[in-house]
Design a protein around this ligand. Sequence first.
Ligand code: NAG
Ligand code: NAG
Ligand code: NAG
Ligand code: NAG
Ligand code: NAG
Ligand code: NAG
Ligand code: NAG
Ligand code: NAG
Ligand code: NAG
Length: 532
Amino acid sequence: MKWTLCVVLIVALNCGVKGQDKQVPPKIISTFNKEYFFPRGSSLANASFSCKAESDPISYEWQKDGVVLENNKYISVNNTSGSLKISWMETDNYGTYQCFANNSFGTSVSYPFKVQEARLSSFPMYAVQVIRCTQFEHCVVKCRDKPTCIPDSQCRVEWKIGEGTKNNIGVSKRVEVDGNDPLSEPDEMEPMLVFKKIGKAQTGEKGVLGCSFSGYPAPDVEWISPQNQTIKETLGKYEIRDFGRELTILHAESEDEGYYFCKGKVKSKFLQEKVFFNVTSAPVLVGNNQMQDTTVPVGGNATFHCNVSSLSMEFPPSPPMWKINGMNLQNERGNYILSQSSRHLTVTNVQVDDTGIYQCLSKNSEGVLLKEAILKVIDPIIIRERPLSSYKIMSEEMLNLAVIADSNPSLILQYKWMFTDLQGNQREIESNEFWKTSWPTNNNLTIDVSQVSNPRVVRSLTGFYSVKIYHKYDQKIIIMSVETATISTEDVDQGTSDTTTAETDIIPTGLFIFPVEICPSDVAIKGAPCQG
Ligand SMILES: *[C@@H]1O[C@H](CO)[C@@H](O)[C@H](O)[C@H]1NC(C)=O
Ligand SMILES: *[C@@H]1O[C@H](CO)[C@@H](O)[C@H](O)[C@H]1NC(C)=O
Ligand SMILES: *[C@@H]1O[C@H](CO)[C@@H](O)[C@H](O)[C@H]1NC(C)=O
Ligand SMILES: *[C@@H]1O[C@H](CO)[C@@H](O)[C@H](O)[C@H]1NC(C)=O
Ligand SMILES: *[C@@H]1O[C@H](CO)[C@@H](O)[C@H](O)[C@H]1NC(C)=O
Ligand SMILES: *[C@@H]1O[C@H](CO)[C@@H](O)[C@H](O)[C@H]1NC(C)=O
Ligand SMILES: *[C@@H]1O[C@H](CO)[C@@H](O)[C@H](O)[C@H]1NC(C)=O
Ligand SMILES: *[C@@H]1O[C@H](CO)[C@@H](O)[C@H](O)[C@H]1NC(C)=O
Ligand SMILES: *[C@@H]1O[C@H](CO)[C@@H](O)[C@H](O)[C@H]1NC(C)=O
């Protein structure tokens, strides 16, 4: 009964949720494509962008080419929802857009993206061209002066036969983009390469490899990966189309880069061709703790790491450029230290107004990297009352060492007591016959030798005592020495046998391990709910 109550109490006091800590800058979580395409001079149903950030209260702002967007006839921005809508495209609306989200603790910025014109020009007019094809050989008809199409991925090429727009040429094992079926059939013709197409994709995107063979009967095409595996149609990974002539690699990763083989097979004869697939990427961050949110007490140092790198075989990225709340760093207080490579930024001697959101930007030939991390500056742990630095103790006495400390209310202070004996052996103090730590907060230690008359026992309790007062982000250590006093018959202060000692008597000492077991200390420190 008492036991359960105890546990419940400990959980409630040590592990209770102290409320979500909202005192942080927002962080934009919306992601955008690198570019969007809309035709000019048409009404648009889908030209809308939503910018969302974490942590309230938030006000949003949209900028185009660095200028704040205002509502007008064709543009509506909502500074509370973060939405941007363009209902009609004009020349002025094409450009680079970026969203900003702020609250009183800082400003987060989104990746910039481009809004570009979608367009399709037309074929030039010319006379009919005659192409001669030889029977049984492959025959290529080129698509001349193909019109400009932006974005290219949205355009399709269709071939027609005869006049008008009706008679589409279907792609088959024999006809690929275009072709001429032979009139009579030879027995067998070895495969010959008609074309191959190398591929390129950014990480996470898709890339296409192409390979086509002529021969008779129409060759089968098989693909082999750089890891020497035969590629099969695989959901979410590989798509094989056009009778094997086209291999699409979905969600490319750097491991997908390399030489693929396409194999054209006619009965027992085959021909193998190498096709390169290049996986590229905007700069990436390499290593641990890159651009991590951090909480630092006033006066401390905060370091952000932005170890940018390009994929191997690509041009190195530009050295990182740093911003705070979307604005260039002004080193007025001289407290920003950039490493030589600009890959590490240290904010020294942080003050409350250094709280904000720090941005690291870098570019390479393939794109831009923008990473954000929050710096939150909190009050340091303040010691209100502490024990003296040295004490004398003798048998039949009690000594109380007490600490009173304050910290940011969202963080729970913990205390850890250590003892180093005269031989230099150190150990953590746990309640026992002579040592009692207060409960539920172990900020007091009582050394109780009131029942001890043996001076050797008393001596064994002398040495250095220390207490570490800490939470996840800060710590203070106090060290005290305790020596034996020369035995005298001076009055023993009975006043020190206070309620703390009385209480610890009731509670079985074993129970002190419960806060640790029920709620692992890191959970308790964070103030997260304890799932005991
Ligand atoms: C907008 O809609 C048009 C037509 O429905 C479509 O072609 C285009 O890809 C869409 N654009 C975006 C950015 O979703
Ligand atoms: C948000 O927009 C409203 C009108 O749309 C305007 O009155 C208000 O000042 C704006 N607030 C901010 C913070 O820009
Ligand atoms: C902005 O968005 C909010 C939340 O979605 C909505 O309540 C408000 O009416 C919108 N304001 C305007 C001017 O459209
Ligand atoms: C956010 O930024 C806008 C415009 O830059 C400004 O008017 C507003 O006061 C800022 N809001 C906060 C909470 O700082
Ligand atoms: C690939 O596999 C083939 C047969 O499966 C083998 O002959 C060849 O040596 C392998 N090549 C590599 C590079 O592993
Ligand atoms: C930084 O990135 C490079 C690769 O560009 C890597 O070799 C190095 O180990 C990284 N450094 C750290 C500290 O992670
Ligand atoms: C912060 O960094 C500066 C410069 O490197 C150093 O002198 C100082 O001791 C550091 N302060 C702390 C609390 O680590
Ligand atoms: C892959 O593409 C990148 C970017 O265009 C280029 O720098 C690199 O040389 C290419 N890699 C190979 C192996 O061709
Ligand atoms: C021991 O700690 C409690 C709070 O946990 C405090 O009220 C009490 O005054 C402390 N005892 C002494 C002697 O400081």
